[in-house]
Design a protein around this ligand. Structure first.
Ligand SMILES: Nc1ncnc2c1ncn2[C@@H]1O[C@H](COP(=O)(O)OP(=O)(O)OP(=O)(O)O)[C@@H](O)[C@H]1O
Length: 685
């Protein structure tokens, strides 16, 4: 067996600390885990105090793809992860690494069936917030924030109120420095079209955010992708060293592609997968011997992990057939290794370990290790501030829209300039108000792409339990209010005063309030759309379609008495917010005015009230304030609906999946680590 050297990263407790200073980290070589004795010695030598042991037995994951039937992604894999240990999941691309992590973390998609038994400390249970964390493969971050802001806001959201602001800041700064990001602290993350930090740095920011709470169980999906070998080593060693802090043995499970030999030496256990089957599970230090004993020795000077992956990657077997590889066909090699593994001591040891963990009653993690996040009010405050900053810095969120609104209102103002009070101005006033209530509110869709980016961040953070949907809705709503007020007041004033609509501050304030309510309302509607449709293009099309139908039903293009009764009048006319916007704006404009009569004949003068009833067929049995009230009620209703939709899907999806899994024959019931952790509808947005 090759001699291995592990590096243990120790914290120097005497190192001076201030809010900006960082813990000093010394790296000392220590004997390899595999050299201290047999498999059992390695496993038992690790600290397990208060830790989380995870076991999975005969885990099957099957994907159903409509008519094309179902396909097994994981085929009866078993394994365990113990506190104080780093388990690496390796295998060729597409072998099921992420799926295994997702299954263990209870995050599988709704089209996926899962069976087998996943236990935490031998129990079927859900983990509380802060006990486990998951770093996904994609870096979903708020691109407008700097590294420090992103991590600090996250610390404020995740860490309990019992920690002071300076303690949270210190934890954020320490974590940033641990991940080697001190030089990029004040650089914006950047994203589409705006260059910011590098891909590898983004990876490290994602890790920073998830390790802020120092979770006892940490899932990492390709934590080192995009990192050079030195950065990979430091990142992994610091993740491994997390278990040295606070005396708690941390359980780390990481899928990893191409570990350097130094990184490989950090792994305690290795789970090697090929096409969803276990090729090897056991001490990483013994994998070389396993391959050698089956006729696949690692060539001298070759990185063992490269050798393992090369031996079991069958994606390029065509090249082999054409004589480019000059080695045993991969299918054959995999077959030999999987069969050998099933009859090996390593496999028996896995079974023994799983049985031992399940037998040893370590207690329900939930009870012992319950952690708290920041309080609801703190979360709402932090989310409002963060969202406000994001909206301020993202030109596409509101500023661009404000500019377009100003341009449009100037267009309106010049087209309808100084309407006067002639008979002809009746029609012009109606058209102007209709345009304001329809098209200006329709334009709110322009902010949807930016909102979708927000939703992605929300999806990741909610799935990781940082905060709930209610806090997000409140944060998003309050942060948008100043911008929407600005849009309602500036372009609103241009479109109101230059054409010369009814004089009086009260009339203008009402006009701006209706515009504001409609803008808020459409934003709420787009939130609901974003939570239902799978991508933002579909979101824009759906949102535009819904609004188009509402404009048609609003009572302007077809007056109230002419609207066909089934569907259009009952109920759509009453559901469409345009009805209340038209009614309110028209009443606000015409009530109290008098116009000359039709020059073609009829009375010499006509009152605004008559015009409202006879020309526009408005409902005059209630006041314009009721219309505004209904609009504001709808603003609240739409946001509550978003909340209900998101929460319902959270509850329904796991139940549906459990039902589907229960119908799968042969295997036992499925356990999810966090039953509420299901992918958000709009996750792919
Ligand atoms: N929800 C899903 N629907 C359909 N197929 C899926 C789904 N999830 C995973 N798969 C398929 O399962 C296989 C394994 O995917 P997975 O993402 O687990 O691979 P991986 O080993 O993590 O790959 P990589 O290293 O490239 O990220 C792939 O072929 C993938 O297409």
């Amino acid at each position: 067996m090759a001699s291995l050297v592990r590096y243990e990263v120790n914290q120097n407790p005497r190192a001076p600390r201030s809010s900006l200073e960082v813990e000093t980290i010394d790296i000392h070589p220590m004997p390899a885990a595999g050299n201290r004795g047999g498999v059992n010695d390695v496993i038992r030598s690790m600290p397990e105090v208060n830790g989380v042991s995870l076991t999975w037995e005969d885990l099957w994951v099957t994907v159903t793809n409509g008519k094309s039937g179902s396909r097994s992604i994981l085929a009866g894999v078993s394994g365990f992860a113990r506190p104080g240990q780093l388990l690496a999941i390796m295998g060729p691309s597409g072998c099921g690494k992420s799926t295994l992590l997702d299954a263990l973390a209870g995050r599988l998609g709704s089209n996926i069936k899962q069976s087998g038994e996943i236990l935490i400390n031998g129990h079927k249970q859900a983990l509380a917030f802060g006990t486990s964390a998951y770093v996904t493969q994609d870096d979903i971050l708020m691109t407008t924030l700097t590294v420090r802001e992103a991590v600090y806001y996250s610390a404020q959201l995740q860490l309990p109120d019992s920690m002071s602001k300076s303690e949270k800041r210190e934890r954020a700064d320490t974590t940033i420095t641990e991940m080697g990001l001190q030089d990029a602290m004040n650089t914006r993350i950047g994203g589409w079209g705006v260059k910011g930090i590098s891909g590898g740095q983004k990876r490290r920011v994602s890790i920073c955010i998830e390790i802020l709470t120092r979770p006892k169980l940490l899932f990492l999906d390709e934590p080192t992708s995009g990192l050079d070998s030195a950065a990979s080593y430091y990142v992994m060693s610091r993740i491994a060293s997390l278990d040295q802090r606070d005396g708690v043995g941390r359980t780390v499970i990481a899928s990893i592609h191409q570990p350097s030999s130094e990184v490989f030496q950090l792994f305690h256990n290795l789970c090697l997968l090929s096409s969803g089957k276990t090729v090897y599970f056991g001490p990483a230090s013994a994998a070389n011997e396993f391959f050698a004993s089956n006729g696949f020795p690692c060539p001298t000077l070759q990185n063992p992990s490269d050798h393992f992956l090369k031996t079991i990657n069958k994606d390029f077997d065509k090249d082999l057939e054409q004589g480019l590889g000059g080695r045993t066909p991969t299918e054959e090699a995999i077959d030999t290794l999987t069969k050998s593994y099933k009859s090996s001591e390593a496999y028996q040891e896995v079974r023994r370990q799983v049985a031992e963990i399940c037998k040893k009653d370590c207690g329900a993690v939930e009870e012992k290790n319950k952690r708290r996040h920041a309080g609801f009010i703190t979360q709402c405050g932090v989310l409002t501030r963060r969202s406000f900053v994001n909206m301020y810095r993202d030109v596409g969120y509101y500023w661009l829209r404000l500019a377009i609104y100003v341009a449009l209102s100037l267009g309106l103002a010049t087209l309808f300039y100084d309407l006067g009070s002639s008979y002809g101005s009746i029609q012009a006033r109606g058209s102007l108000l209709m345009f304001v209530a329809s098209f200006l509110t329709f334009m709110t869709i322009g902010g949807f792409p930016s909102f979708v980016e927000d939703m992605k961040v929300f999806g990741r953070e909610r799935l990781n339990g940082h905060y709930g949907t209610s806090a997000f809705v409140i944060g998003n709503t309050f942060s948008s209010v100043p911008y929407l007020l600005l849009i309602s007041l500036i372009p609103g004033a241009i479109a109101y005063y230059l054409p010369g609509l009814q004089k009086g501050a009260e009339h203008f304030i009402y006009f701006a309030c209706v515009l504001f309510a409609c803008l808020m309302l459409v934003e709420g509607m787009m939130m609901i759309v974003a939570s239902i449709v799978p991508n933002f293009l579909m979101g824009i099309i759906t949102g535009a379609g819904i609004q188009g139908l509402m404009i048609l039903a609003g009572g302007f293009f077809r007056f109230r008495n002419d609207i066909p009764k089934p569907f259009w009048r009952y109920p759509f006319y009453y559901i469409a917010f345009h009805k209340y916007a038209y009614q309110g704006l028209f009443k606000n404009e015409f009530e109290g005015l008098t116009f000359p009569g039709n020059p073609a004949g009829g009375p010499r003068t006509v009152t605004g009230e008559q015009i409202l009833s006879d020309t526009w067929q408005m409902e005059r049995d209630y006041s314009k304030w009721v219309d505004l009230g209904v609009l504001l009620g709808m603003v609240v209703l739409y946001r509550v609906l978003f909340l209900v939709f998101t929460k319902t899907s959270e509850k329904i999806r796991p139940v549906l999946r459990a039902l589907v899994s229960a119908r799968t024959p042969k295997h036992t019931a499925t356990v999810m680590i966090n039953p509420s952790a299901t992918p958000l509808h709009g996750e792919n947005l």
